[in-house]
Design a protein around this ligand. Structure first.
Ligand SMILES: Nc1ncnc2c1ncn2[C@@H]1O[C@H](COP(=O)(O)OP(=O)(O)O)[C@@H](O)[C@H]1O
Ligand SMILES: CC(=O)N[C@@H](CCC(=O)OP(=O)(O)O)C(=O)O
Length: 244
């Protein structure tokens, strides 16, 4: 029995095909446990712009003010997540939307409050809640937010959230679904990426922006027991694979 986590980035969410849902159904029939962590950075930025909140990202991580956090929650929990749950239902799959407060699903801490504001990293995952949903054939769809022990909500980069949840669930495979078919280097998509090559490509700025948290999260996942991370635009292809 496999345990697969799929992170659906904001851009990928609007491009899910019937084939994607058929593959998930096929995996469920084979008793695979499926978990989704969603992004939604594009929806957050659009809503921020509409509400005159500045959009500032440093190396792919959003600086998040208290107003920015309120907008982030609106976008993720009011738009992106319900739309995804509905898409799964429409394709005959039972899914349930979850956030940090769902029976204390995701607890975290600030990464660097002075630089990033209300941005965090996840320390604890209520894996029992996820496992009980799997037993009911429900697919958990989780938002990238966390709560501190003091009850403060934190915005979490969705690649980092997906990676941490995959580590806690001991996932066999993690798919980071995005809008590119893999990591591109001088016009070619890499099949594999080693840590050494990743450092070189980051230094040369060949890997930049939103790809930085993906690559860093992927290496952290494989160091912590996830067998393989695939950076891709479809679960039908592995794109760029990061493994030990
Ligand atoms: N070497 C690279 N190969 C492919 N994409 C890259 C690379 N470096 C930076 N990127 C950028 O990373 C983006 C994916 O990250 P992001 O926009 O944050 O996606 P998501 O919303 O799916 O997390 C790509 O669209 C591309 O613009
Ligand atoms: C702290 C931080 O950067 N949080 C992200 C959360 C959403 C996200 O990561 O969505 P994508 O995967 O679609 O980019 C943000 O505010 O955009």
């Amino acid at each position: 029995m496999k345990n697969i986590l799929i992170k659906i980035g904001g851009n990928a969410a609007s491009q899910l095909t019937p084939a994607f849902f058929e593959t998930i159904k096929h995996w469920q029939k084979n008793n695979y446990n499926i978990t989704i962590v969603h992004g939604g950075g594009d929806s957050i930025s659009t809503l921020m712009t509409q509400l005159n909140e500045p959009v500032v990202k440093i190396d792919g991580i959003r600086q998040t003010t208290p107003t920015g956090l309120a907008i982030t929650k609106m976008a993720l929990l009011g738009q992106v997540q319900p739309d995804l749950v509905e898409a799964f239902r429409h394709h005959g799959l039972s899914a349930i939307g979850l956030n940090a407060e769902s029976n204390q699903l995701l607890t975290g801490h600030y990464i660097n409050q002075e630089v990033f504001g209300l941005v965090g990293q996840i320390d604890q995952v209520n894996t029992q809640l996820i496992q009980s949903l799997w037993q009911q054939n429900l697919i958990p769809i989780i938002a990238p937010l966390a709560i501190t022990n003091q009850g403060q909500w934190l915005n979490v980069n969705a690649d980092s959230a997906a990676t941490t949840v995959a580590k806690f669930l001991k996932s066999d495979e993690l798919y980071l679904l995005t809008d590119v078919s893999g990591i591109e280097v001088h016009g070619n998509i890499l099949q594999q990426l080693t840590p050494q090559r990743a450092i070189e490509l980051q230094t040369e700025s060949v890997i930049h922006g939103g790809m930085l948290p993906k690559v860093n999260s992927a290496f952290s996942a494989v160091k912590n027991g996830v067998n393989a991370v695939h950076i891709t635009n479809t679960i039908a292809s592995h794109g760029t694979t990061i493994s030990m």
